[in-house]
Design a protein around this ligand. Sequence first.
Ligand code: PLP
Length: 399
Amino acid sequence: MPKLNENYLNLKESYLFSEIAHRVSEYTKANPDKKVIRLGIGDVTRPLSENVIAALHEGVDAMASSDTFKGYGPEQGYEFLRNAISEYYKKNGVDVEPKAIFISDGAKSDTGNITDIFGNDNVIMIPDPVYPVYVDSNIMCGRNNIVYISATADNNFLPMPDRSVHADLIYICSPNNPTGAIYNHEQLKEWVDYALENEAVILFDSAYEAFISDPSLPRSIYAIEGAKKCAIEFCSLSKTAGFTGTRCGYTVVPTELVFKASNGKEMSLNAMWNRRQSTKFNGTSYIVQNGAAAVFTDEGMAQCQENIKFYQENAKIIASVLDKKGIRYFGGVHSPYIWFECPNGMDSWTFFDYLLNNAQVVGTPGAGFGENGKNFFRLTAFGGRENTIEAMERFDKLF
Ligand code: PLP
């Protein structure tokens, strides 16, 4: 009998979305005439932009002829895409060399796989509430030394470093899923300083950077001085360009990230991630990378921004009803997520049922993201316009 990875026994039941699906399905069975509107799961609804579609077709056509056919590509991603992403960073005032950029099939894989290049004895700092992948990917490899940092309404869901606590790895997501909160330069500088003092590495998830509409807010951790010596950044085209089903993301591992092994030998995280990817990953498909490169052209950026503006308008519609009702909320400006306090002291699952039963609107109970989410609720701006308006009209009439 094989010995199993029994760390899996330590995972908390991941029942959030299955429980939501179960409750919604029970409700629709009992109420077949009622129209249920889903503003829960963080998936996009707008189609890919025209120039991405054209580039995807072009990629498919390249596969049809022996002159242009592509077999295995570089595990790190094609140079044309790494260069395009490097240029994109430059446009946002950040210098990231193509060698530091690794293309993948998305940020979920990379945020989960990054555990491969770190040892087992690290103190891992993770906010609560949080995108669950950070916690579960560490538990799966037996890393239980997790220090949770509290994100609450009192700190605007933006926890700051506590210098009396040491960490080796720090997960930060900004703009945040699920809270929609975003760190400014000064706040991120404090995190970078803390990481440098502790010789720690920040694992910075910027999957929602494209939603930042205020140019004074940092879209990348590398906008902060010193970050290249202490941070890895994960990004994704899922929300930037509607690639949730097409699959493409990228991870930046600066060549400056060099640490001493226990035998005194220097180890480069860039070289280690390169080795990890070359060993376990055979690259993102050429067709998808060709489509992804189109995102980073001026035309592509303009088309993606149209979709993002559409979602931002949805967020405004949601926020205006919460304003009217006097409900305290976070996010919704530089983020597609609106995170609000459940009305009348309800806990998040009670409010979930209340909203489903009385307004036929589905959201996500904050309890699914951590203890600090238990009285909060997440709505997303990724719905269609009519559905968002109708959902919020029903919400408005509730209480
Ligand atoms: N990081 C965060 C914070 C997310 O919310 C998500 C998706 O919801 C991801 C990463 C995953 O992105 P991808 O679709 O690129 O795997």
